[in-house]
Design a protein around this ligand. Sequence first.
Ligand code: B16
Ligand code: MG
Length: 221
Amino acid sequence: MQTSACIFDLDGVIVDTARYHFLAWKRLTDQLGIHFTEEDNERLKGVSRIASLDIILEIGKVNADENQKHEYATRKNKWYVEYISKMTPDEILPGSLAFIKELRNAGIRVAIGSASKNTPMILERVGISELFDAVADGNIVKRAKPDPEVFLKAAELLDIEPQRCVVFEDAVAGVQAALNAGMMCIGIGSPGILKKAQFVISGLNEMNLMKLRILENEIRS
Ligand code: B16
Ligand code: MG
């Protein structure tokens, strides 16, 4: 079965916003007296904002009620938005634009499937809002990855069956979400971490349509 649509995670696949998330969480954890490292930040990739905060509070062994949690998450997001509002098109990861344009020229539909509620601002800042046929993000889905909701929503918006979609994902929870959606998944990162992805590359600069066609034949046959 041939691929009719590609769904891209945003953070870690098309842009590297993990460092901005880290800087913003670090400002919060410094204020709360929690020791938070870049290694800890790895655990937050692909995880929703509030679930990320829960992990951080658990690391710091800090208790907080719902009101406090809401205030902490809002404080962090305010700083995060300050950082991403200064993003430029130079921050698009290598190979992303060329691959997405190649897909579009071949009639393959393209969508975003991201946990981030800041997806529209990021796409706008880096100048690629017009590039996607559909955007499924944290503003329209309720259940966080590894739940398949975000990818199923993207497929629905594109009007393409899940079995004809390929997901590109950098987070363990995101790879699982793609598989749960019944989609083929190509991991972006390390094969040692993204163990369940059917194939792993280090970035979209390693992908092109011919390679995708070869992979789908191997994986779907
Ligand atoms: P926001 P993705 C995810 O984006 C990030 O990887 C994760 O670190 C972040 O907590 C989450 O978005 C929510 O982001 O606070 O902007 O709503 O990888 O699914 O594109
Ligand atoms: Mg990601």
